[in-house]
Design a protein around this ligand. Structure first.
Ligand code: NAP
Length: 345
């Protein structure tokens, strides 16, 4: 049976928020697999803030997606054909399969996952790159000590919600910054954050003065912009500012804004450190074992926002992330995930 592969390709470099003309949709033929390759039917796509950066040709930790290429995406899918010794038909796999229905892989960067540990969306969230980013960002870069105050921005998102909980598990006082009362309630009432600040309706600086009178020891920042400046003025001595991302700046057309208050690093003898999760690849197994253990014991709560959608809906789902529509991990469930796809010989 000849399979048709619906693909979303990058058509143009976006200026500001990606618009419909920045994408092309193509029905491609699925290539035959060679020795050492396997074919994956993609079921779930991870929708990540980082995708916006991958569309821009600037110096980065990963090459940009080229014009005409399938949009890069972490994904989950089922192996449906294999000529690779390590991947069997029926395996459920996690890899960078892209925004398309089928992907041919040589296995590089692909993991077979155990669905007994969590749903496919959980494997894209807490048991995927989000959980890993939160784990190493907080523990390795932030190095919080029990009793210290940890602030996380983008706190109700995928990375942020896990990062705050990991800080809580280190017996830290944990404060989340997120948009809207519903997200803030979720952080405090369900995830066990000590406090949450709604940056859309509250004055972040004033709230931090009340909630962190001794200052902020660790700040894991996903947002940048005003929020970063507001936290910088509340740093405790020898604080660690962990730059995970700067989503408030990803769609700017005016040039990315750096922190105006960076001299507070000097005043507080603090450090600001960026990190890239891919540098921790050799320790993923260690982190995933710990994250799965916390999840299983109920110490860590995961939430996934799964949108049932077609490949053609990807641009809209991506935009919803930048509107803050998601709580927890945003993922797309393709028709194949819902059993709408015919069986493949
Ligand atoms: P996410 O946090 O699940 O979703 C993004 C959230 O950001 C939205 O829900 C929204 O929440 C908030 N947001 C959107 N626009 C904003 C704005 N203009 N100002 C403030 N907040 C805004 O997304 P994610 O994929 O997990 O990514 C979170 C961060 O982690 C990103 O900065 C990403 O680049 C970073 N990251 C870093 C690494 C690494 O290796 N360093 C790896 C993965 C991800 P509100 O409703 O609260 O505004």
């Amino acid at each position: 049976m000849q399979l048709t592969n619906r693909q979303c390709r990058l058509a143009a470099r976006p200026e500001g928020l990606p618009k419909p003309s920045d994408w092309d949709f193509v029905d491609a033929a699925v290539a035959a697999i060679a020795d050492g390759e396997f074919l994956v039917r993609v079921e779930y796509l991870s929708i990540d803030a980082a995708m916006r950066g991958w569309m821009t040709p600037v110096r980065s930790y990963i090459p940009p997606v080229e014009i005409g290429d399938v949009m890069r995406a972490a994904a989950m899918g089922r192996v449906i054909q294999s000529r690779h010794l390590d991947f069997q038909v029926g395996d459920y796999v996690n890899g960078a399969f892209g925004v398309q229905e089928y992907a041919v892989s040589d296995g590089e960067g692909v993991r077979v996952v155990d669905l007994a540990l969590g749903s496919p969306a959980t494997h894209l969230g807490v048991l995927g790159l989000s959980g890993l980013t939160a784990y190493f960002g907080i523990l390795d870069v932030g190095k919080p000590q029990p009793g210290q105050t940890v602030v996380v921005s983008g706190a109700a998102g995928s990375v942020g919600s896990i990062a705050g909980q990991i800080a809580r598990l280190q017996e830290c006082r944990t404060i989340g910054i997120a948009g809207g009362p519903a997200k803030c309630d979720w952080l405090v009432k369900e995830l066990g954050f000590d406090a949450a600040i709604d940056y859309k309706s509250q004055n972040v600086r004033r709230q931090l003065r009340e909630l962190a009178p001794q200052g902020v020891d660790v700040f894991l920042d996903n947002v940048g912009g005003d929020v970063l400046d507001d936290v910088l003025v509340r740093l405790a001595p020898h604080a660690r500012v962990v730059i995970s991302g700067a989503i408030s700046q990803y769609n700017t057309t005016e040039g990315m804004r750096g922190p105006a208050n960076y001299m507070q690093l000097l005043v507080s003898r603090a450090s600001m450190t960026g990190f890239v999760i891919f540098d921790y690849a050799k320790r993923y197994r260690e982190a995933l074992t710990q994250l799965a253990g916390w999840l299983d014991s109920g110490a860590l709560h995961a939430r996934e926002d799964v949108v049932e959608a077609d490949i053609d809906d990807f641009p809209d789902v991506l935009l919803s992330l930048f509107r803050g529509a998601n709580t927890g991990k945003l993922a797309m469930a393709l028709p194949a995930a819902l059993g709408n796809e015919g069986a493949v010989a």
